[in-house]
Design a protein around this ligand. Sequence first.
Ligand SMILES: Cc1cc2nc3c(=O)[nH]c(=O)nc-3n(C[C@H](O)[C@H](O)[C@H](O)COP(=O)(O)OP(=O)(O)OC[C@H]3O[C@@H](n4cnc5c(N)ncnc54)[C@H](O)[C@@H]3O)c2cc1C
Length: 340
Amino acid sequence: MFKAPATFTARLCILRPSLRRTQCASMMVQNASTKANLSHEERTATEPRGDGLHVVRVDRVTAVNDNIRTFKLAIEDTRNGIDFLPGQWLDVHVPSIKKAGGFTVTSSPREAIPATSTEKPFLELAIQKSPDNPPAAWFWQPAETITGARLNVRIGGSFVWPPPGLVKESIKRVVFIAGGVGINPLMSMISYIGQQRDSLEQVRLLYATKLPSTNPERTEILFLPRILDFFCEPRTSSQDLKGHLELFVTGAHNKTSRSDKDVSGLLNLPPPEPEADATVKVYQGRIDESALSRAVGDPETQSSSVFYVCGPPHMTDSIVQHLRNKENVASEQVLCEKWW
Ligand SMILES: Cc1cc2nc3c(=O)[nH]c(=O)nc-3n(C[C@H](O)[C@H](O)[C@H](O)COP(=O)(O)OP(=O)(O)OC[C@H]3O[C@@H](n4cnc5c(N)ncnc54)[C@H](O)[C@@H]3O)c2cc1C
């Protein structure tokens, strides 16, 4: 069972709105020069952490594109699995490196618990190539070198679904906004929501991502196939949930001549199933004000919505600012996490 330190509940539920307004999970106040000397554990020292270390084994390494790999980590304690909340990350102790790295769990908590999973319990990570970060570089060794290696991991973090301090049943709509590998914690949350039966009515995702190559396969965009499964599949009648996906593609090669339709065609996106009650749209360029306004919705919708933002620091800051300026959006309704 994930046990938060005593300060966890206090930090999340009693934190005054005025304080939360300026904070993102996992952030310490730092400038560029202090940041360079901080390890993951130092950077997240004020975040809640689980009590124990768990042993996992690198089971499968998958290249998504030239810069991102996913890792399936088999949980050694197959009887108990590992308990965590969607959105949390791991301190990852890799062999022969003293300080832990920090990487977010991208799979649903249900995959880590033996009773609810058809497979043996596992955790999944998605790690961007970062040769200067020793733990990330360890994961980028040849797959055959690291497959089978045992690692110690600890769960941590407060950027989680359901949102702390809010009554879950009062939330009708959740809006996820991701930039690049910022999709990681949101992927865990989306998968989990897809597996639960709760009172949510709408899930929206705004996902900004670079096109990884000139003629990309859909699979080269991190988690796009999984996201499309969620948004394009008809939901069961027991889960009356509408989906709305907007993909913002940046760095499209030959930008000048490509339209939104071309980019959509390039990715060969399937139309949603007729009965799926979902929309999937592709735009070229960044998430802009009009996209945000559509996502925020009318004043009545705003008050029953929560917003999760995870992406590069500037993107996260400006989107969070935009959302928190809305009159009907309380600061507790906007959650964000910044890594860099
Ligand atoms: C909460 C959280 C979740 C994250 N989730 C993900 C994720 O899911 N996927 C992902 O790809 N990235 C994730 N990251 C980012 C990841 O942990 C690294 O920050 C990233 O790989 C960038 O590394 P960097 O070397 O460019 O910069 P930094 O991590 O800022 O490191 C700067 C410098 O500090 C030193 N340093 C840092 N860590 C160590 C260490 N352990 N041992 C020795 N020296 C060190 C190195 O000299 C390094 O160059 C997450 C970060 C946080 C805080």
